[in-house]
Each structure stands twice: as structure tokens, then as C-alpha cells.
Design a protein around this ligand. Structure first.
Ligand code: FAD
Length: 287
């Protein structure tokens, strides 16, 4: 099923994310974990993409397994900055063959050696390519409530985002954020700029202190004092940090829903027990 159709339904949606393994020896166990996440029956599951090598093929494999065995719609990610147009075309063909209807079209991070594709500069180039190959895919894109880390001015970032949406996006999913006010502010600016597609709010439960450091380094996201205090107090206690992280993410989601946000994506990654705990916390709210 197309995610654009799911987002049109008169209900609150909750989606989850899994990532493929880096090597084939982990494929079976990762697929097993992904199916455990899928057995929770969220509205859809997104499967991330690692550029090049085995992981790009594993995205399609895991996504197809989720659809076939748990009948949960999938969103297969695809990045372009390290790939040739021919390679991307091949992957899109594999997605189509496997019955994948939804693609999250991304640029990908610039590799550390700085070597990038001659065919793709930005996600918009990929979106145009997918659209050229037919209109049978529902396409989503990424967006950054605090501005993308490479973009010095939020206004430019929103302008590029509008161009990206106009190239053929059906929806957007945000980078993780810990401060809901940042999201409300972004939503206002996006709507003001004429971006009208659904925007799915991305929430990451932080269940280990080290995860917070990594997420902040990657995204540059603001960590509110309230959350910093939680990590300072419970970061050394694995079980307590896990519980506190789940509660913090749950309270963010409840606040979003209470303020009229209808679409939530939870970056639970390959942790079915965390996804299950959050869904249990929201069981009445999601009804
Ligand atoms: P773009 O939309 O191309 O933007 C990249 C930068 O270029 C921004 O700073 C933007 O302002 C700027 N820009 C855009 N157009 C122009 C222009 N015309 N002129 C000048 N500047 C411009 N990465 C993975 O490797 N695998 C994944 O599975 C993955 N999943 C993700 C899921 C979500 C929801 C999000 C938000 C990100 C994900 N990422 C993933 C990370 C993503 O690849 C990086 O954040 C990447 O750096 C940017 O990708 P993008 O598609 O948003 O890029």
C-alpha cells in the first residue's frame, strides 16, 4: 500500500524503522529482528539504506520479507550521492520487482573521502530520476526542523526543501528532534513557504547515553535541559536509562498528538522491545 494513501486516512499513524546488516552473515538474524518489529503492526516500516555493497541489496530483501510475511507496508530508503545513475536505476528496478511501492529518496551523507557521484548532487536529482521512470512509486523525502547541518541559513534550507517537494514528493519525514517546540516552529515555516505535503515527525527514543552523543554529532539537534538532566542522572544505569528514554519519547509523542500532529515515525531501529514498549504506552491514544 502507498504511504500517501495511509496518510490520507482519518487516523493517527505510527511508523517504525529498521536497518539492514552490513554483511551477509548477519542477514538472517537481522531479518528475524525486523520481522519481530513488523509483528507489532505499525502503519508502515521504513528500512534504511547504506550506500554501495551488500547493504543496498539487503534493504530490498528485508523490506520485501516484511511485506510478504507480516503484510506491513514498507518504505525502502535510497541514497544517491555515492552511486551512478545506472546503479540507482538497477536498485529502483529491484524495488519494483519486489513489489515495494514507497521510496524515501535521499542524497545520503557526503563520504569522508569527499568522493561523490557525477550523476547526483542533491536528493532532488534522485526524485526527478524516480519520477522519470514512472509514477508508480510514492516518494518521501527527509527534512530538518533545525535546518540541515550543512546549510548555514534556515531560509535557504526551506527554499531548497520546497523545490525538492515540488519535484514530486508525496510526504516528508523529519530528522529526529528532542524539543517539540523546534518541530512546531519548523512546521509553521514550512507551511508558510507553501509546503503542503504531510510532514511525519521523527522521534528517537534515547536508551543509552552514548546514543545521545552520536545523534547530536550527526544531526546537531538541540537537547533541552530537561532531557540532559535525565541522561546525566540515569546514563550510567542501563535499565533506568532505557526506561527513562522510553518515557521521554512517549511524552514527546503524546505532546505532538495533543497538539494536532497526526503522523509519528519512531526511530526504534532494530529494537523490537523498545518499539513494543512505546506502542504499549500509547495503546489507548492510538485507538
Ligand atoms: P538534500 O535534500 O539534497 O539536502 C542536502 C543539503 O543540500 C542540505 O543542506 C540542503 O539545504 C542543500 N541543498 C539542497 N538543494 C540545494 C541546492 N539546489 N543548492 C544548494 N544547496 C542545496 N542516510 C543514509 O545514508 N541512509 C538512510 O537510510 C537515511 N535515512 C534518512 C531518513 C530521514 C528521515 C532523514 C531525515 C535522513 C536520512 N539519512 C539517511 C541521512 C541523509 O542522507 C543526510 O542527512 C544527508 O546529508 C542529506 O540528505 P537529504 O536527502 O536530506 O539531502
Amino acid at each position: 500500500m502507498k504511504i500517501s494513501e495511509i496518510l490520507k486516512q482519518d487516523k493517527i499513524t505510527l511508523s517504525l524503522e529498521v536497518f539492514p546488516p552490513k554483511t551477509s552473515d548477519k542477514l538472517e538474524s537481522t531479518a528475524h529482528t525486523a520481522l519481530e518489529v513488523a509483528a507489532l503492526h505499525p502503519d508502515f516500516i521504513s528500512v534504511t539504506y547504506g550506500a554501495g555493497g551488500g547493504t543496498s541489496a539487503f534493504t530490498a530483501e528485508i523490506a520485501a520479507k516484511i511485506q510478504e510475511e507480516e503484510h506491513v507496508p514498507v518504505l525502502a530508503h535510497l541514497t544517491c550521492v555515492s552511486s551512478s545513475r545506472d546503479y540507482v536505476k538497477q536498485i529502483i528496478g529491484v524495488y519494483r520487482e519486489k513489489g515495494i511501492e514507497n521510496i524515501l529518496a535521499l542524497r545520503g551523507d557526503i563520504p569522508q573521502d569527499g568522493r561523490v557521484s557525477e550523476d547526483y548532487k542533491y536528493a532532488i536529482d534522485l526524485i526527478r530520476d524516480i519520477r522519470e521512470q514512472g509514477n508508480d512509486f510514492c516518494i518521501g523525502g527527509g527534512c530538518y526542523p533545525e535546518g540541515h547541518i550543512e546549510c548555514a541559513h534556515k531560509e535557504d534550507d526551506i527554499r531548497y526543501l520546497k523545490e525538492k517537494v515540488d519535484a514530486g514528493l508525496d510526504f516528508l519525514t523529519t530528522q529526529l528532534f528532542f524539543n517539540n517546540d523546534v518541530f512546531y516552529n519548523f512546521l509553521y515555516r514550512a507551511r508558510e513557504a507553501g509546503i503542503t505535503v504531510p510532514i511525519i515527525a521523527g522521534i528517537m527514543p534515547i536508551t543509552r547515553a552514548v546514543q545521545l552523543k552520536r545523534s547530536v554529532a550527526m544531526s546537531g539537534t538541540d537537547v533541552p535541559q530537561r532531557f540532559r538532566a535525565i541522561v546525566d542522572r540515569f546514563g550510567d544505569n542501563e535499565a533506568a536509562m532505557k526506561q527513562a528514554g522510553i518515557v521521554y519519547a512517549t511524552s514527546q509523542i503524546i505532546d505532538l498528538i495533543a497538539n494536532g500532529i497526526r503522523h509519528i515515525h519512531v526511530y526504534t531501529m532494530n529494537r523490537p522491545e523498545i518499539a513494543a514498549a512505546i506502542m504499549a504506552n500509547l495503546s489507548e491514544i492510538l485507538k
